[in-house]
Design a protein around this ligand. Structure first.
Ligand code: G3I
Length: 451
């Protein structure tokens, strides 16, 4: 396991380096020397990302495995996913994510056992007595927690139990069972896996406010009653420039109650299109959230809710908003990535170039003997009238076909030049070309240079 992680890390270093740079300004490319998970580990923290199981190959899988030390299934462990029809279970995606995590020496945060949302129709449409509802919940927790016993570091046992004013949210569970469902769920989860850390998770509880104070009072009371509660999750779905000033103070007050704290679903959304000033603000926002966690010993984990803008819930829920994660849609690290690194003590970063064209290489799909790759050349504050992208394949890959570029390979050296119709890349624009290639053994992402 260790050696596969090491080689994946080597792949990551290549991936980050895979952003070739043609600087029209005076700056130099920022180089993140150390994967975020290692920076986090040096601070005693775990850095996680929500993931979609079906995407865990190619570049998405490489970044997940190399940069993060925990994964949270974004949807795969929710009730509607695992038991869509009563008594009929589907563990495919959840199993896949747990196996990926084990192969990459990562923790899994289980998400989530008791929620008002993403429940199957048979459950929400049913008419249940309180005793029946209680049995259903207990059985669900027994089954799911029991299945992954010993393989889940922490469970979001109860998700989003509060209204904004700190009263209990009216839900299937609260209305059918009363507020005692929270203590029951924690107790049942503990019985099913005594080693898993058990959390209550909510949003808009990052700063000190009525909702977080209700959560605080609940945790205090649960602790006093001896109910197994190990941590609170602060989701942190934030809006650009609006990190609560009381975030660290709030984390600290929970820690002082004797529970761990995790930032469980961090993202920072903005109105699209994002400009460079907004991306710089987002860098500051990510940095201040991670720094607040780093400053409190019992803040154990920061998890981003999707690491790439191509895998974020934001555009679907807030039309016109997005760009909420640390990597862009083409898996290029954004300023926010460096904000996380800086808060974790990462060095070696320098200011971004003032004007540049860059080339980013990604593997878009991969099968047993071949793969399809893509290179995107983007310009910001600069432009090109022709281009050539070069890289070296160190693991025996061979280009078999290319489109929207003329590619030649001599030994390990690949050179791709623009076609007659796409040499021009305007300021703010981009050009993409693709290729098929063969591989065997490993398929690390090469560093590319743009000339
Ligand atoms: O799986 C179907 C697919 O078959 C269909 O074609 C497609 C068409 O819309 O929908 C797919 O389901 C979507 C599902 O995500 C999986 O991608 C749902 O429409 C969509 O509503 C669902 O959104 C999820 C959301 O929870 C629902 O509330 C997000 O992915 C997920 O990231 C988000 O996560 C929640 C946390 O669990 C709790 N905290 C808030 C957070 C953001 O809403």
């Amino acid at each position: 396991m260790r050696s596969s992680r090491t080689s994946l890390r080597a792949g990551l270093a290549a991936l980050v380096a895979a952003v070739g740079l043609f600087a029209a300004g005076t700056g130099t490319a920022r180089a993140a020397d150390t994967p975020l998970r290692d920076l986090a580990a040096a601070k005693g923290k775990v850095l996680g990302t929500a993931v979609t199981g079906s995407k865990l190959t190619g570049t998405y899988g490489d970044i997940t495995g190399t940069q993060f030390s925990a994964v949270t299934p974004g949807n795969a462990m929710k009730w509607e996913s695992v038991e869509p029809a009563r008594g009929s279970f589907n563990w495919t995606e959840a199993d896949q994510i747990v196996a990926f995590a084990q192969a990459h020496d990562q923790q899994v945060r289980g998400h989530t056992l008791v929620w008002h949302s993403q429940n199957p129709g048979w459950l929400t449409d049913g008419s249940w007595t309180s005793a029946q509802l209680s049995d259903l919940l207990r059985s669900h927790i027994d089954t799911e927690v029991g299945r992954y016993k010993g393989r889940i570091a922490a469970w979001d046992v109860v998700n989003e139990p509060f209204n904004e004013d700190g009263t209990y949210r009216s839900t299937l569970w609260h209305d059918g069972l009363g507020p005692g469902y929270i203590a029951d769920a924690l107790t049942w989860a503990h019985a099913a896996d005594p080693d898993a850390d058990l959390y209550i998770n909510d949003y808009n509880v990052e700063g000190v406010n009525a909702k977080s104070t209700a959560l605080y009072n609940l945790v205090k009371s649960l602790k006093q009653q001896g109910v197994p509660i190990d941590g609170v999750g602060l989701q942190a779905h934030l809006i650009l420039g609006q990190v609560p000033s009381t975030l660290q103070q709030n984390i600290q007050r929970f820690a002082d109650l004797g529970v761990d704290v995790a930032i469980t679903e961090l993202d920072v959304r903005m109105q699209l299109p994002a400009d460079s000033a907004e991306l710089a603000q987002q860098e500051a926002d990510f940095k201040s959230v991670v720094a607040a966690c780093a400053a409190v010993a019992r803040c154990v984990n920061v998890t981003v809710w999707g690491f790439t803008d191509s895998d974020s819930w934001v555009p679907g829920t807030f039309p016109g908003y997005g760009a909420a994660t640390p990597y862009d849609e083409d898996y290029r690290p954004k300023p926010a990535y460096y904000g996380i690194a800086e808060a974790l003590g990462g060095g070696g970063t320098t200011p971004p170039p003032t004007g540049a064209c860059t080339a980013a290489y990604t593997v878009t799909s991969q099968w047993n003997t071949g793969f399809t790759g893509q290179v995107r050349i983007s310009c910001s504050g600069a432009s090109l009238s022709s281009w050539k992208v070069n890289w070296t394949y160190g693991a025996g890959q061979r280009i078999t076909q290319a489109w929207n570029a003329t590619c030649t390979q001599s030994g390990t050296a690949v050179s791709c030049a623009n076609a007659s119709y796409n040499g021009s890349v305007p300021d703010g624009g981009s050009v993409t070309f693709g290729f098929n290639a063969s591989w065997s053994g490993t398929n690390p992402v090469p560093a590319v240079t743009l000339g």
